[in-house]
Design a binder for this molecule. Sequence first.
Ligand SMILES: Nc1ncnc2c1ncn2[C@@H]1O[C@H](COP(=O)(O)OP(=O)(O)OP(=O)(O)O)[C@@H](O)[C@H]1O
Ligand SMILES: C[C@@](O)(CCO)CC(=O)[O-]
Ligand SMILES: [Mg+2]
Length: 328
Amino acid sequence: MALSSAPGKVYLFGEHAVVYGEPAVPCAIERRARVGVQRRDDGKLRVHAEDLSLDGFTVEYDGSTGNGPDVDVSESLLSAAMGYVDGAIEQVRDVTGEDEVGFDVTIESDIPLGAGLGSSAAVVVAAIDAATRELGVTLETAELAERAYRTEHMVQDGQASRADTFCSATGGAVRVEGDDCRSLEAPDLPIVIGFDGGAGDTGQLVAGVRDLRDEYDFAADTVGAIGDVVRNGEEALANGDVEELGRLMNFNHGLLSALGVSSRSLDTMVWAARDAGAHGAKLTGAGGGGCIVALDPTPETETALSFTPGCEDAFRAELTENGVTSLE
Ligand SMILES: Nc1ncnc2c1ncn2[C@@H]1O[C@H](COP(=O)(O)OP(=O)(O)OP(=O)(O)O)[C@@H](O)[C@H]1O
Ligand SMILES: C[C@@](O)(CCO)CC(=O)[O-]
Ligand SMILES: [Mg+2]
């Protein structure tokens, strides 16, 4: 049995645009997914996922034959739920050469699903790390991040960046532009998160931006403008200029909103944070619903969010330097 954990993340800047080669700056936060993996020799994959919205279900099936699991839920719901884990195990079989190997996989996570905090990347990174170690193979962090990226790329229909997976694998603040992934020095940021209790489907939201970008030159320009905001943001981060970071986050939110990935509740939480005196606020991750990230060293934003209709949870998030971690 091998057990690994990996962190979720918030985006200071650059989600969506990063899929088209612009830079982005996500930061790992101290909310983690833990994945336990035990080898089985019958080629079957058994996944126990405590936190899936399918009310924590257990399925057992033969992954090596390509036949799906036999459970009483719709095919699309199931593939949405299982895609990332299936994809991670496929990468493990590929990288270890053990094509027929099966696993018992147990997932437990304190990252809300589909809410912009990178639950998918954390699950995939932790799963690949645990499953390869279970087979006696230790991957370098760069290789692990690359394999996790390939999983997200496959599940998100060929449209994904390396940002979430690299950030989860290495921890800390990172900068990703295409296949150039590096760690950044970051000051201790006063991060507050508001969560509307909802979720968005990353694959669908990415496809929506792609269609807009294909149809309108000004949507492509908007993606490019996000890249400009990120480049300014990197400088503000290097200078530890939290006020400038906030202004640029506000700008970034406006551009994401123009690309159609915000929502009424995300906008409401963003405005509640700004009204409470936050330096800035924006949605984080794919959007559609889920979380916003704000910067505020005072307790005002957290308090205001906790009284905002539509905000289900407001909490502070600590940046973490701990990326993927082997627990057993
Ligand atoms: N605890 C978990 N157990 C099993 N699967 C999980 C778990 N957490 C996430 N997943 C997988 O990740 C999917 C959600 O990923 P998605 O990319 O849509 O959202 P996210 O990663 O939370 O947000 P974002 O990509 O915007 O940061 C779930 O549908 C499920 O397949
Ligand atoms: C929307 C997106 O940019 C971030 C999702 O957390 C998608 C990706 O980078 O793969
Ligand atoms: Mg994701």
